[in-house]
Design a protein around this ligand. Structure first.
Ligand SMILES: *Cc1c(COP(=O)(O)O)cnc(C)c1O
Length: 384
């Protein structure tokens, strides 16, 4: 019985290998800024979401070490039992200031947040309108919800409005979107979505995973668009990308956060994040709120790399952020290009279907990249 099952898996894996869709894990042996070592080879990392390089900041490391000395390692239980420490509360208070919101809640990861919050936000009789390029965790969150799901064409407001008009809804309407699309690097039309939600009495759920620490001088997408955190807006974000730590958060009205505490299964039934991680996230938010040196550096580097890509005539997306993909006709040419980059010690793996429709090398530029790093990348890109 089980042998048969493993045969089936082995066949599926073989098919993935043959079609170049097979994935494997590559762990780094060392890390120093964006310099990494994999299998003994040194690389400059252009595949990290650590946009500000904060994951290695001494202030974050110190905060984690201090927290370990006081609280030890594991949380030992969920927040509702005894897993939370005062640092959780402190971080949530800081988040309210960061997002100018009534209330906030820390969750264990961005993935957990989306699959836990969306199903309790959108219930039977409700309709979720979801952008077709939303992150997999949003898609999974929608799948777990009893609401009706309607997918609108990517960032297409006309399509969205048509779909809203043609849908009969007895309950609430909820529009769900990434603020920055993780594989294309473009920014969602949040201002227009805000207007639509206001007019329709709908909720707006924003996944600001790639906007936090990057857009709006670090404060995220709402700040970028100069919008107020109205009651109908739910701001979810992560500590795992530009914040350089781990975990996620949601900001919104007190009632909503209270509802999440009482219903979101990924919050109720999972052990609280360790104190060290919470302390690092807190330290990182403080840096982002008080000092924009790193954010300015990030955007300078972003402009530089975008210019290089355009000057070389490489095919990219409508990117407006440090996520800068190079698009290819087929996986084979993307793999070949990735190998050329590897030869130049540039680490930027291929993103393949089904993660994306068009195969690509997804470059991410960070504040930690030096001018020499970028020049080295340019040299390599010239060979493509
Ligand atoms: C990375 C990402 C997530 C998942 O966050 P993790 O903290 O890594 O689990 C969710 N949404 C979007 C848009 C992301 O890019």
């Amino acid at each position: 019985m089980s042998e048969k099952i493993f045969e089936i898996f082995e066949k599926k894996l073989e098919k993935l290998r043959q079609t170049h869709l097979y994935r494997s894990v590559k762990d780094t042996e060392s890390r120093e800024g964006m310099k990494i070592t994999i299998n003994g080879q040194k690389f400059i990392n252009f595949a990290s979401n650590d946009y500000l390089g904060l994951s290695q900041h001494p202030f974050l490391k110190k905060a984690a070490i201090e927290a370990i000395k006081i609280f030890g390692i594991g949380g030992g239980a969920s927040r509702l039992l005894s897993g939370g420490v005062m640092l959780h509360k402190k971080l949530e208070e800081l988040l309210c200031r960061f997002k100018n919101s009534q209330s906030s809640l820390v969750l264990n990861s961005g993935y957990t947040a989306n699959i836990s919050l969306i199903p309790v936000l959108a219930q039977e009789n409700d309709i979720i309108f979801s952008d077709e390029l939303n992150h997999a965790s949003i898609i999974d969150g929608c799948r777990l919800s009893r609401a009706q799901k309607i997918i609108y064409r990517h960032a297409d407001l006309e399509d969205l409005q048509k779909l809203i008009k043609n849908s009969a809804c007895r309950g609430n309407k909820i529009i769900v979107t990434d603020t920055v699309f993780s594989m294309d690097g473009d920014i969602a039309p949040v201002k227009e979505l805000y207007e639509i939600c206001k007019r329709e009495g709908a909720l707006l759920y924003l996944d600001d995973a790639h906007g936090t620490g990057v857009l709006g001088n670090g404060f995220g997408a709402l700040k970028h668009f100069d919008l107020n955190p109205e009651e109908f807006i739910i701001q979810m974000g992560t500590f795992s990308k530009a914040i350089g730590s781990f975990g996620a958060f949601v900001c919104g009205s007190s009632t909503l956060i209270d509802w999440f505490i009482n219903s979101a299964r990924g919050f109720i039934f999972s052990t609280a994040l360790p104190a060290s991680i919470i302390a690092s996230s807190y330290a990182s938010l403080k840096i982002i709120m008080e000092d924009n040196t790193l954010i300015e550096k990030l955007w300078q580097n972003t402009v530089k790399l975008r210019e290089i890509i355009n000057n070389l005539g490489l095919k990219t997306t409508n990117t407006q952020t440090p996520i800068i993909p190079i698009l290819f006709e087929d996986i084979e040419s993307a793999i070949k290009a990735s190998e050329v980059l590897q030869y130049f010690n540039i680490y930027a793996p291929v993103i393949r279907p089904p993660t994306v429709k068009i195969p690509r090398i997804r470059l991410t530029i960070t504040a930690s990249h030096s001018l020499e790093d970028i020049e080295r990348l340019e040299e390599a890109l010239k060979k493509l």
